[in-house]
Design a protein around this ligand. Structure first.
Ligand SMILES: C=C1C[C@]23C[C@@]1(O)CC[C@H]2[C@@]12CC[C@H](O)[C@@](C)(C(=O)O1)[C@H]2[C@@H]3C(=O)O
Ligand code: AKG
Ligand code: FE2
Length: 332
């Protein structure tokens, strides 16, 4: 049995009215077995910053092996799980998201994929986990990272940028600052959210990195924003992956790709489990619009390092527009 410390409505404010939620007619879906998927990839990144990937070639067995281990981890007692916390930012967290007071109906495990820089922390966390979880996690991340690189190369092709590894090399770099997150949204009782309102699992935000690869079980909850105040519910599909364009890719494409604003609503009946790989660049990498995407246009963003962006992100609240302070104004 999974236990989250019980909130009362008074100490747990994230409930919202979901009037403006629409069921999306079709989520842009990229079939990776199709030879010419690059145009759809580019179109989806421009219009939504979001798409679904099918026929990805990642064995379903690899996914379910990790899911089984993850369910086992979240089924441990709260005190057992808390031995892997608090998240600083890595480790086990419960309800509190980030360092600035954001909360959600979620528990999670946040891990850095930079083994070298955080070997100490990883050893502390991993030391506490069954070997089976570590091995399933490593195999899964390797496969998902490969797919993320393949997608980034399709994006470069579709944008006619050379070399085609201009984005993917940042994830392939040994110093790549990539993160892996396991989220568990337990069902909440109708009593916990009042008058038909929804309980926020993970508040609205954009992902700061280059690309995020999300896989969830068959429980709904993920929504993406259309930017006009309406939200689209993404039908879950446990056999597919969902891709988010991150802020850094928005900058590198000079705003041509949009980092997608998204959120998760908790479910009153079923648990949602999600696993997300956030592909990020090395800390010292300079992030700026690629010259070939600026030609003849103005550059929309100032150059910054990933370290600078992360530092400012960790001072922000989840829902803040983190890119605004890096936008170029007429005077800069
Ligand atoms: C409130 C926060 C949590 C977050 C760091 C931040 O200060 C702002 C960005 C948040 C986010 C969103 C995407 C990922 O889940 C995440 C790991 C990331 O890189 O940026 C989280 C951060 C977090 O939970 O530590
Ligand atoms: O759990 C999900 O489905 C999405 C969570 C998310 O957006 C995040 O962890 O950044
Ligand atoms: Fe996210």
């Amino acid at each position: 049995m999974v236990v989250l410390s019980k909130p009362t409505i008074a100490d747990f404010p994230p409930i919202i009215n979901c009037k403006s939620t629409t069921l999306f007619p079709v989520i842009p879906t990229v079939d990776l077995s199709e030879p010419d998927s690059k145009h759809l990839v580019v179109k989806s990144c421009e219009e939504f910053g979001f798409f679904k990937v099918i026929n990805h070639g990642i064995p379903l067995e690899l996914i379910s092996r990790l899911e089984t281990e993850v369910i086992e981890f979240f089924s441990l007692s709260l005190s057992e799980k808390q031995k892997a916390g608090p998240p600083d930012p890595f480790g086990y967290g419960n309800r509190s998201i980030g360092p600035n007071g954001d909360v959600g109906w979620v528990e999670y495990l946040l891990l850095t994929m930079n083994q070298e820089r955080n070997s100490q922390k990883l050893a502390t966390i991993f030391g506490k986990y069954p070997e089976k979880l570590c091995s399933a996690l490593n195999d899964y991340v390797l496969a998902v990272k490969k797919m993320a690189c393949e997608l980034l190369e399709l994006m470069a092709d579709g944008l006619r940028i050379k070399p085609r590894n201009v984005f993917s090399k940042l994830l392939m770099d040994e110093q790549s600052d990539s993160v892996f997150r396991l989220n568990h949204y337990p069902p909440y009782s109708e009593l916990q959210a009042s008058n038909g309102k929804n309980m926020i699992g993970f508040g609205e935000h954009t992902d700061p990195q280059i690309i995020s690869v999300l896989r969830s079980n068959n429980t709904s909850g993920l929504q993406i924003s259309l930017g006009n105040g309406s939200w689209i519910s993404v039908p879950p599909d446990a056999n597919s992956f969902f891709i988010n364009v991150g802020d850094s890719l928005q900058v590198m494409t000079n705003g041509r790709f949009k980092s997608v604003r998204h959120r998760v609503l908790a479910n009153s009946i079923k648990s949602r489990i999600s696993m997300i790989y956030f592909g990020g660049p090395p800390l010292n990498e300079k992030i700026a619009p690629l010259p070939s995407l600026v030609e003849g246009k103005e550059s929309l963003y100032k150059e910054f390092t990933w370290f600078e962006y992360k530092r400012s992100a960790y001072k922000s609240r989840l829902g803040d527009n983190r890119l605004s302070q890096f936008e170029r104004t007429a005077a800069t």
